[in-house]
Write a protein that binds this ligand. Structure first.
Ligand SMILES: O[C@H]1[C@H](O)[C@@H](O)[C@H](O)[C@@H](O)[C@H]1O
Ligand SMILES: [Fe+2]
Ligand SMILES: [Fe+2]
Length: 291
């Protein structure tokens, strides 16, 4: 990792190299506008209502144990990318393209601006692979258990979470064990010790580490917390971080710009870039992984 990142300002227009943050998403609206009056926004809110109601401390514990076993499928990273081709993310107000487009758009945008950080290109390519949990061979989990922004469970929900009001229907909301600022945690305990709502981030982190990836810790952090917008966009939940988290957060800020703002209708020629990414996969992962 040769470059020293600087924590980003989301209003900044140019990103290091040539990538320019567009004003509008693939529907011609501003990014992450959860309150716009449109059909898409209505279904996104329905998604968050279910997500906020069902993601409880007990649910997350159970899912982590169950899916941490990685005893469902054996496949390569590229096979997983191909499986994702059929899914559209119902939580995403900015994109309704199949996931493979988003993965390649993210990775290629990073590659242009940070040509030497090959680990960050690969992070872009694989960060959303955990969405494979939507597939029938993973029990066809409902979207609310796989996608959307993430948040800690076991302590009070922060108001910066999108569609916060729906947490009022979550059983943990009224549970005194879980509804104080720190809940079951202690100040500065480190995100490593915090249970996050279950979904594609944490699952892909488990897959990567259990299969002994050689990716650096900043990559694993970006994979694990890229949907934690309350932290990386709003600066909430800071009291749970330790020193290492704060270091890794700098790279996550960089990563996020490409994850979010590369969403467009511009198609990438998969066959053209595939050999490059296969070489990165070979460098950082075994040929077959347990999922
Ligand atoms: O709707 C999106 C999508 O599900 C992304 O994959 C996730 O990382 C974001 O946090 C979320 O807002
Ligand atoms: Fe994601
Ligand atoms: Fe993404």
């Amino acid at each position: 990792m040769g470059l020293v990142p600087v924590a980003g300002d989301s209003k900044e227009m140019g990103l290091g190299g040539g990538f320019v943050v567009p004003d509008t998403n693939s529907f011609g609206q501003t990014f992450r506008d959860y309150d716009a009056a449109s059909e898409r926004q209505k279904s996104v809110e329905e998604f968050y209502r279910a997500n906020h109601i069902h993601q409880t401390y007990d649910f997350v514990k159970k899912m982590r144990e169950e899916y941490g076993k990685l005893d469902r499928v054996e496949m390569s990273i590229w096979e997983c990318i191909e499986l994702l081709n059929e899914f559209v993310d119902e939580s995403d107000p900015d994109l309704d393209e199949p996931q493979i487009e988003h993965l390649l758009q993210t990775a290629e945008a990073i590659r242009k601006d940070y040509p030497d950080e090959d680990w960050l290109h690969l992070t872009g390519l694989i960060h959303d692979l955990g969405k494979v949990l939507l597939h029938p061979s993973f029990g066809q989990l409902p979207q609310w258990a796989v996608v959307g922004d993430t948040f800690p469970v076991g302590c009070a929900f922060d108001e910066s979470n999108v569609h916060f009001k729906h947490f009022k229907e979550n059983p943990d909301y009224d549970n005194p064990k879980y509804n104080t600022k720190l809940g079951v945690y202690s100040e500065g305990c480190g995100l490593e010790n915090v249970l996050m709502s279950f979904g594609h981030d944490d699952y892909m982190y488990l897959v990567a580490t259990e299969n002994r990836t050689t990716l650096p810790s900043a990559a694993l952090f970006a994979i694990r917390y890229h949907s934690f917008y309350p932290l990386h966009k709003h600066g909430a939940y800071q009291y749970l971080l330790n020193k290492e988290d704060r270091e890794n957060l700098k790279w996550l800020h960089i990563f996020n710009k490409y994850d979010l703002y590369s969403k467009s209708k511009v198609r990438i020629d998969v066959e053209e870039v595939k050999p490059y990414y296969l070489s990165l996969i070979e460098k950082y992962f075994p040929a077959k992984l347990k999922w």
